[in-house]
Ligand binder design. Structure first.
Ligand code: AMP
Length: 186
């Protein structure tokens, strides 16, 4: 977890690689659907371009289908999900059904100004339609309103690791690995 631009996608890939599990990014799945022009993509795009969340029913169903795939049987990392209280509840139900459990929630903390400048840089490199300044600000606001409060829900379960997301990518990865008790490979 962490606000847009905190580096979730980047770090998710390293964690997933280490644990040999898939990194399931709802944002990436939406973007793939948008570029393929699927019905899901057409619906999701309206929300994404405005910096709003895609409705829970749509997102939940998509995650439910994805974690049913064979590569997720022995575990998975979720990047960008859950983002609402309804998604937290839905995820609890899904993993109860599949027999998984939530081992850890990694929260990347970063400074708001730093984030906006990172996202504006990313906009130049990747050309994402939701990386304009107005949309970036809206996404931060939606995160603060709808997603940040969820950290408390997971804190109450004792599974949250808060990680300083500022610094070099590999420094942040090391902080995460230390928090998750990953033994360095020799
Ligand atoms: P991300 O790449 O994770 O920043 O996601 C890009 C956009 O996809 C978000 O701004 C939302 O519009 C949508 N999105 C991704 N994950 C979710 C989610 N869990 N719930 C609702 N919308 C989502």
């Amino acid at each position: 977890m962490g606000p847009p631009g905190a580096g979730k996608g980047t770090q998710a890939r390293f964690i997933a690689e280490h644990f040999k599990i898939p990194a399931i990014s709802t944002g990436d799945i939406f973007r793939a659907n948008v570029s393929e022009g699927t019905e899901l993509g057409i619906e999701a795009k309206r929300y994404m371009d405005a910096g709003e969340y895609v409705p829970d029913e749509v997102t939940n169903l998509m995650v439910r289908n994805r974690i049913d795939d064979a590569d997720a049987v022995s575990g998975f990392l979720l990047d960008g999900y859950p983002r609402t209280l309804a998604q937290v509840e839905e995820l609890d139900g899904m993993i109860k059904f599949t027999g998984h459990r939530l081992d850890a929630v990694v929260c990347l903390t970063v400074d708001q100004d730093e984030i906006v400048s990172r996202l504006l840089q990313r906009a130049q490199v990747e050309g994402r339609a939701d990386d304009t300044e107005d949309v970036i600000r809206r996404r931060q606001q939606v995160y603060l309103e709808q997603t940040a409060p969820l950290i408390e829900v997971y804190k109450a379960r004792g599974i949250v690791h808060e990680i300083d997301g500022l610094g070099e990518v590999d420094e942040v990865t090391q902080r995460i690995f230390t928090a998750l008790d990953v033994v360095p490979e020799s």
